[in-house]
Design a protein around this ligand. Structure first.
Ligand SMILES: [Zn+2]
Length: 291
């Protein structure tokens, strides 16, 4: 039997948010079993908690935003990917502003903070997996997603852009804490140079810089001095985003095989909703059979 997990001790992290540019002090705090992952806005009266669940998604423009009433948490996908990649089930994420720190644009600083805090099993509380009874398929425009029941977690992902610097990238890998750490967690967020003015005019990317994003120009990549971390860093970051968004089902994804072509936050969240409903249906029919 595998038990649920949280972290051993609190771990802080701070910095400006990618889109809002707001400075945020974030603290990871252990949470009891069966609580799931929650964002807690400590700067607001009564410190409202927002569960990291699909039904609380309020926006998917260039990032996934959760919210209940006036309490929102922008760009939650990278921090959630770190939790999902490590298989953390229960965690409180305290924030004194409305967006987690952008850090370096990847999930690695979150992952390191969580690993430093230590992962702790929660004995007698069995891990809850997302289990679907059969294939789940989603198509919208050029985006295509399919998930299959599996005994391990596996993702096949492809991006296809009409851009000379990024025509096509594809990746296929089994995801576990080790592969997530070595293959996915450090892949940074990116955007195209021609989108920058529009993003800024929408009030987005205010905290963005080459220290936390890769910008794809017409004939070159604009990065900080380290250059690209992987030749196919972009599709790896798409896997990171997908993992963070799919984790909004509120259960471990480690019994799922996913194929995703041309994925993005809006589609990721819709697909997570479909998976959630399919798994719920399965649990309901099992309960009915027991009666
Ligand atoms: Zn991202």
């Amino acid at each position: 039997m595998e038990w649920q997990t949280t972290i051993r001790e609190a771990a802080p992290l701070s910095g400006v948010g990618l889109h809002t540019g707001n400075f945020c002090r974030l603290i990871f705090r252990p949470a009891p079993a069966n609580m799931g992952i929650r964002f807690i806005r400590t700067d607001l009266p009564d410190s409202p908690a927002i569960p990291a669940r699909v039904r609380y998604v309020v926006d998917t423009t260039r990032g996934t935003t959760l919210g209940i009433g006036k309490a929102v948490a922008h760009t939650v996908e990278h921090v959630l990917a770190a939790c999902a990649g490590l298989g953390i089930d229960n965690l409180d994420i305290l924030m004194d502003n409305n967006e987690p720190p952008a850090t370096d644009g990847s999930a690695m600083p979150f992952l390191k903070a969580l690993l430093n805090a230590g992962i702790k099993a929660q004995p007698h509380f069995p891990k809850r997996y997302l289990k679907i009874p059969e294939k789940v398929h989603y198509r919208s425009g050029y985006a295509v997603y399919t998930a299959y029941p599996s005994d391990h977690f596996e993702i096949r992902c492809a991006i296809l852009h009409d851009h000379p610097m990024l025509p096509k990238q594809m990746i296929h890998l089994k995801i576990n804490p080790e592969t997530f750490l070595n293959q996915i967690a450090s892949a940074r967020t990116f955007c195209f140079e021609h989108e920058l003015a529009a993003l800024r005019s929408m009030g987005l990317a205010r905290g963005g810089s080459l220290e936390n994003a890769v910008v794809i120009g017409a004939d070159k990549f604009h990065t900080n001095k380290e250059g690209l971390r992987f030749e196919d860093e972009f599709v790896r970051h798409k896997v990171l985003d997908l993992l963070g968004d799919l984790s909004l089902v509120g259960r471990s994804l480690f019994k799922l095989r996913v194929e995703a072509i041309r994925c993005g936050h809006a589609h990721n969240v819709k697909f997570a909703g479909m998976l959630d409903r399919s798994a719920h249906q399965l649990r309901k029919s099992k309960e009915e059979n027991k009666c």
